[in-house]
Design a protein around this ligand. Structure first.
Ligand code: AMP
Length: 296
């Protein structure tokens, strides 16, 4: 084992931490040859219960669980929070160990995007709306890093959170379009007891912002209640959602949307394939959330 690699042991089990993509790829190739089913959970670290639920799903369904922790520079715009994105590797290692991760893949940016790097995955339409409007390079970075992680970790299945709904749509589209040989599973959003979707970025919120951030989940619940009670006029539902969020002085709406669950095209009339999505700023912190709607 090289100096940069590490193996953590508890009484019951062992977890490897690998930095080198080639090493991980070789190891996973060997796992595949032994007939082991590989599950990948891609993250940017600073793990919380949302990440843990993805790891648990992977643990249940796969023989080998790989957790990648990589704050991927290509998915951040120039004025975004790449440098101050929260990190705590020691805590992440402890959580990963407790949740039964077999391998943490923790690459250096240079090993993912070395000198001369020039290959990116871009999708035509899906990344242009919603989060893509205020984060124009984001989904190119996400699709690229996921394609790379799929090639490095060779998973049979990769696990993503519904919290990042557009990300899931982009990844599923890419996997389908490029005939990638893996399954994508979407795991429901894990929330704090008061309803706020868990996110590493919640750590940025001031107490008052944290309190007012509950309006995201509340607005989504309003949409769900309205559609369940038979309202199909998207404009009416959007107005109610916006009004509720705008009543919070710290909140600044980026977008509120009712869209087709697959294509994310904006809906005028709610169908049985609708999702409510929103992004709201509290100060510089941008929070997202969504809810799949059922019609009454
Ligand atoms: P991140 O570290 O924020 O890039 O997230 C890594 C993975 O965890 C992504 O697939 C996210 O969608 C997922 N995730 C983040 N927050 C949650 C949550 N609250 N519930 C479920 N999954 C989540």
């Amino acid at each position: 084992m090289s100096a940069t690699e590490k193996s953590l042991r508890s009484k019951e089990r062992k977890m490897a931490i690998l930095h080198d993509p080639k090493r991980l790829q070789e190891l996973m190739n060997r796992m595949r040859l032994k007939g082991r089913r590989i599950g990948l959970v891609p993250t940017m670290g600073y793990l919380h219960e949302g990440h843990a639920s993805l790891i648990r799903a992977a643990r249940k369904q796969c023989d080998v669980v790989v957790l990648s922790i990589f704050v991927n520079p290509t998915q951040f715009g120039p004025s975004e929070d790449l440098d101050k994105y929260p990190r705590d590797m020691e805590r992440d290692e402890a959580i990963a160990m407790a949740e039964g991760v077999d391998v943490i893949y923790y690459p250096e940016p240079d090993s993912m995007y070395g000198p001369g790097y020039q290959t990116y995955v871009t999708l035509e339409d899906l990344p242009d709306t919603h989060c893509g409007e205020s984060r124009p390079v984001h989904f190119r970075g996400v699709a690229t890093v996921c394609a790379k992680l799929f090639n490095i970790a060779l998973p049979h299945k990769a696990f993503f959170g519904q919290k990042d709904y557009q990300q899931c749509a982009v990844i599923k589209r890419m996997v389908e379009d490029l005939n990638m040989n893996l399954e994508i599973e979407t795991i429901p959003t894990v929330r704090e007891a008061d309803g706020l979707a868990m996110s590493s970025r919640n750590a940025y919120l001031e107490p008052e912002q944290r309190e007012q951030a509950l309006c995201l989940g509340e607005a989504l619940n309003m949409a769900a209640e309205m559609t369940a009670s038979g309202v199909t006029d998207a404009g009416k539902i959007l107005r109610a959602m916006r009004e509720h969020i705008e009543s919070k002085p710290e909140a600044r709406i980026d977008y509120v949307s009712l869209a087709d669950a697959d294509t994310l095209e904006e809906l005028e009339t709610i169908t049985d394939r609708a999702v409510a999505l929103l992004a709201v700023y509290f100060g510089k912190t941008r929070l997202i959330d969504n809810k799949v709607l059922t019609t009454g």
